[in-house]
Write a protein that binds this ligand. Sequence first.
Ligand code: GDP
Ligand code: GDP
Length: 435
Amino acid sequence: MKALVALVGRPNVGKSTLFNRLTRSRDALVADQPGVTRDRQYGLAYCGEQSFFVVDTGGIMEQESEIGSLMRGQAQLAIEEADVIFFLVDAREGLSSLDEEIAEWLRCTEKPLKLVINKAEGRDEDLVASEFYCLGLGEPAIISARQGQGVEVLLQALLTLLPVAGREESEIQAKGLQLAVIGRPNVGKSTLVNRILGEERVLSSEIPGTTRDSISIPFRHHGRDYTLVDTAGIRRRSRILDRVEKFSVIQSLQSIAIAQVVILVIDAHDSVVEQDLHLAGVILESGKGVVIAVNKWDGLPLEQRQRVKKDLDRRLPFLVFARIHFISALHGSGVGDLFPSIDEAYQSANSQLPTGELNRALLAAVEKHPPPIVKGRRIKLRYAHQGGQNPPKIIIHGNQAEAVSANYRRYLINYFRSVFGLMGTPIALEFRTVK
Ligand code: GDP
Ligand code: GDP
């Protein structure tokens, strides 16, 4: 499991600025999808080799002044689940009474806590720090989230705060393709999971994961091995008849991080709702393979079927590359058909794209529809090679390559997608200018 760092602090101290600085790496993947706004609350950040989740609790706190009511819902959950808390304050504004209130509240959580003094560029560090010593929160990190000073040091400090053992991904033993079933409450996740597992041979008893509810369940389908990763306790929940689900985006994130392919379950009764899009964005940002299961298709009136299809078309960012299945987890119809799409998504995500073929595809794409003229010169895209897998990353070299518009990027991505038959995975494009 990946560690979770929660950014806490009153409005305007720079939480989202720090969040953006820490999580920038996946921006392009999401930007390439029309109609998606990147999730600004949950993200993946890197510290050397290690990656961890960051959650900006500010975005999910309600805009009220009472600290008690601020800290609730997902923000509360995030803090409960966090391994480390970064408490941000503002060097320019100095200590405020709201800071003191939050500090008081955080003291009760007993989590490792780092006081982060932001907006400190051009300020005397000792002077800045002295103002906040009275909070009694120990040695602060002094940073400028906007300009980047001190952020490296903060990350180094984080490494010492993170739990060392016990949260390694490798601890969950897996066999075959790792699969996660994701969706908001009541869409039919546990019905689907139990349908899949009920029909297949579960190879061994479930393997306990590192957190209380997390398990992974190896099973076989048509002679292939899979492992269902279940950090949200979907399976166990149904068994002990505990129907109350504490929906946690963080648990979904953990599952997505472990999984190789994600099944996003949507409830046809409700069609596509805000929370589905939120999860869709998170999955997209992860770069993982994805299959969409529109559940509860059984007995659905024709008008509702049409409405769902229209909503999917209009609202779902994966539409161009994910297979969509209309299923009934309850009755089992369509469930078996998920597997070819799951396998396909995995294979696509891990594709090797031979350089020769990539170059031919680039040439053909450019010939068919040349890149636009920028500053009086036509952008020239010369050659391409694969820069990584999972998701496939294509690096294109040329001149003025960085001036390629979003539309043209999408055109190229779709072109590569159809040439190489890459279904179920996003494609990352990177442009490099040849000097
Ligand atoms: P949040 O409400 O805590 O998420 O705060 P934001 O990240 O939205 O930042 C609030 C304001 O502070 C914005 O205008 C930022 O540009 C500014 N800001 C953030 N970090 C810094 C910094 O390191 N230095 C300065 N001078 N301004 C910053
Ligand atoms: P979860 O919270 O996402 O795990 O959802 P559950 O699997 O607990 O299902 C929520 C409710 O939807 C239960 O009452 C299920 O019986 C019902 N449900 C699940 N799948 C289907 C389906 O395919 N068709 C219909 N009609 N109901 C379903």
